[in-house]
Design a protein. Structure first.
Length: 87
C-alpha cells in the first residue's frame, strides 16, 4: 500500500487504477466528488458522483475488492480540498 497527500481541485484526479483498495481522508472542511469508472479517461466535468465530506476520527471513503479495470476518480466540489489517499 502507498500513502499520498494531495490537494484536489475541481478537475478530476485519478486516485486509483486497478488497485484492490482505495481509502482517503478529507483533511479540511470541503466536499469531494467520487466517480467510479472502468475508463482510464477522466469523466466529463458534469459526470455524476458521490459526495464525500470530512468525518471526524475516521477515514471518509473506503473501497475494497476492486479489479484491475476499475478506476476511482475524485475532484473538489469547489475550491481546493486536501486529502490523504491510501492505495
Amino acid at each position: 500500500m502507498q500513502t499520498t497527500a494531495l490537494t484536489l481541485t475541481t478537475d478530476w484526479t485519478e486516485l486509483s487504477s486497478g488497485a484492490h483498495t482505495c481509502i482517503f481522508d478529507v483533511q479540511s472542511a470541503g466536499t469531494v466528488i467520487v466517480h467510479l469508472s472502468e475508463s482510464a479517461t477522466p469523466p466529463a466535468s458534469d459526470a455524476p458522483g458521490v459526495e464525500v465530506q470530512s468525518w471526524p476520527a475516521a477515514f471518509d471513503f473506503a473501497m475494497t475488492g476492486m479489479s484491475g479495470s476499475q478506476h476511482v476518480w475524485a475532484r473538489a466540489k469547489s475550491g481546493a480540498v486536501p486529502v490523504v489517499v491510501i492505495v
